[in-house]
Design a protein around this ligand. Sequence first.
Ligand SMILES: [Zn+2]
Ligand SMILES: [Zn+2]
Length: 343
Amino acid sequence: MRALVTYEMKPFAVEMREKPIPEIEDDEVLLGVKAVGVCGSDLHMWHASHSWNVLYPITLGHEFCGVILKAGSKVKGFKEGERVVSETASYICGQCVYCRSGNYNLCPTRQGFGAGRDGAMADYVRVPARCLHHVPDHVPFEDVAMTEPGCVACNAVMELSRITPGDTVVVMGPGTIGLMVLQMCKLCGPGKLILVGTSKDTTRLEVGKQLGADVTLMADKESVVDAVLALGDGFGAHHVFDCVGISAALKPALEMVRPAGQITKVGWGKEPLNFNLDHLVQKAVTLQGSFSHTYKTWERVIGLMANGQLDLAPLRRTFSLDNWETAFKTMDSLEIAKSVLIP
Ligand SMILES: [Zn+2]
Ligand SMILES: [Zn+2]
């Protein structure tokens, strides 16, 4: 079978290889991959600018769905021919306090597809049955492949934050996650929904408007903090979602959030902060991190997709698996939010 492999911690050390179809264990299924999303983290591994461990050589791809071709003898609840989407933790210990209390996304030994174990940018992938969710027939595979970023957004907005209808809400960063966070916020009935990017993000900010942003701002062209304070009642935003991959974004977030407001940090950034956190204290702000997702988030997002409550078409473009390089480059150029590969 075809498999897109990253083989070394070196820029552009990614190539299509021929590999045997994987053998499955008793508690696993063999999935015929139907669609797999390219993640920002895949682009980082392509550029070798990532900060996490990768077990080289490894097949990329952790945002995927497909059809079950074979089910191991101990698999319950899933059978051949069914359409499914997979969660991203290829390994969890099952024994620690997080695993046992349902927060297995926080298991310290968690490993992901496409980093710790072969992923799904391939014709086939083996998947533990505990990762699987059924998906309704009417949701197209290219949408289903975006369940995972949808879950990241859903966890941040619907599970960890408390938006009340009428709130002023700011989403910083119009990447895939930012745009999906924006959609999740819209579903919660904000009074003003503001999306922040830069002048490089013209296309993605337009998509944001299509998806429900009331106002879009370019951080390199205007004072975002002043603009946010001028909207609503002048006290600032009830909620700020930081979906930017730069640590410095926390500074304007702390300046534009209102007293007793909430900042949810979804974006990663390797640079240290070089400013004080007095606003956090003085305004009694709740600052929280949001990472990954669990079973109930997946079921909720699949439900939102099935009900037609998420609009995913403006976010993505599909490419054939063989055309992976164009897919990576197009997404890297910020022309589109998400490339989806079809094997
Ligand atoms: Zn991802
Ligand atoms: Zn564990």
